[in-house]
Design a protein around this ligand. Structure first.
Ligand SMILES: *[C@@H]1O[C@H](CO)[C@@H](O)[C@H](O)[C@H]1NC(C)=O
Ligand SMILES: *[C@@H]1O[C@H](CO)[C@@H](O)[C@H](O)[C@H]1NC(C)=O
Ligand SMILES: *[C@@H]1O[C@H](CO)[C@@H](O)[C@H](O)[C@H]1NC(C)=O
Ligand SMILES: *[C@@H]1O[C@H](CO)[C@@H](O)[C@H](O)[C@H]1NC(C)=O
Length: 235
């Protein structure tokens, strides 16, 4: 008898166990649209990782939470992630024994191989001008998650774009060009010592606060890639 009652009592309890974000993740409300697959509720965290410059390491870290790489969908999310990243810089400096002056965060998005091939064949290629398949807002980038609308990020990814070109010359007139093709976020640096998560009204934005970075952790920018933005729905 007592067992029956217990069972009965536990049913409403189980039903009311609302999904929540894993520890250290921040919860945000999103406006559901077709472009973010009707997502209204999202969790994200910036996690410190020594090898964040490598796309495979970055995605592998997020997979531990059953999440994927993520990207801010709005200015509000961008500011929240920027604020969050301050603690990450401190943790990464301590854990990796490095001075990090300007933390870069690996975020979702990289060139599709097809469009990258187009760019490699034609160094004059301008994704912003392409109205076809490899246009900036068409299929130039591929995203691990379909629950974020990338429009906000892509519209701010314009400085020196495409960037990170590197060219190697070989005998016989052979030259090989390579391009940075993964997205990284350069957080806003806030201007007040009292700044807290709750107080995000006075942020100023830099121009061009998304970058293209190398996907394999090699070359220049990996020096400061010590954060990964992971996200997913509450679970
Ligand atoms: C969109 O969301 C629904 C429900 O959460 C999910 O089943 C579906 O796989 C998602 N679509 C894509 C393209 O990820
Ligand atoms: C991971 O997420 C998928 C899709 O949302 C879900 O089907 C699966 O059960 C989750 N796995 C774990 C271990 O939470
Ligand atoms: C941290 O880095 C500094 C400078 O590279 C080095 O001298 C020091 O031994 C390192 N500390 C640890 C605990 O590895
Ligand atoms: C915002 O920052 C500016 C410059 O640091 C400062 O002068 C201003 O008082 C701040 N505004 C608020 C509302 O805190």
């Amino acid at each position: 008898m007592s067992r029956l009652i217990l069972l009965f009592l536990s049913i409403p309890f189980v039903l009311s166990a609302a999904p929540k974000c894993p520890e250290d993740f921040v919860r945000v409300e999103r406006t559901p649209t077709v472009k973010n697959n009707h997502t209204s509720d999202w969790c994200f965290a910036v996690l410190a990782l020594d090898r964040a410059g490598s796309r495979d390491w970055a995605r592998g870290l997020c997979a531990n939470y059953n999440y994927t790489l993520s990207i801010p969908e709005s200015l509000e999310e961008f500011r929240l992630i920027s604020a969050y990243s301050k603690g990450v810089t401190a943790a990464a400096e301590r854990d990796f024994n490095k001075t990090i002056t300007n933390l870069l965060i690996a975020v979702d998005g990289e060139f599709t191989p097809k469009c990258k091939a187009k760019m490699v064949r034609n160094w004059r290629y301008k994704p912003k001008k392409d109205k076809g398949e490899c246009g900036l807002h068409q299929n130039l980038f591929s995203f691990d998650s379909s629950n974020t609308d990338p429009t906000f990020a892509l519209d701010r990814n314009l400085e020196g774009y495409p960037n990170g070109r590197s060219e190697s010359g070989f005998p016989g007139g052979i030259s090989i060009a390579r391009y940075a093709s993964c997205l990284a976020m350069d957080p806003d640096r806030y201007d007040s010592a009292e700044f807290k998560y709750e107080d995000i009204t006075n942020h100023t934005l830099h121009d061009g606060f998304f970058h293209l970075t190398w996907c394999d952790g090699s070359e220049g920018e990996e020096q400061n890639m010590f954060g990964v933005l992971c996200g997913g729905p509450p679970q």
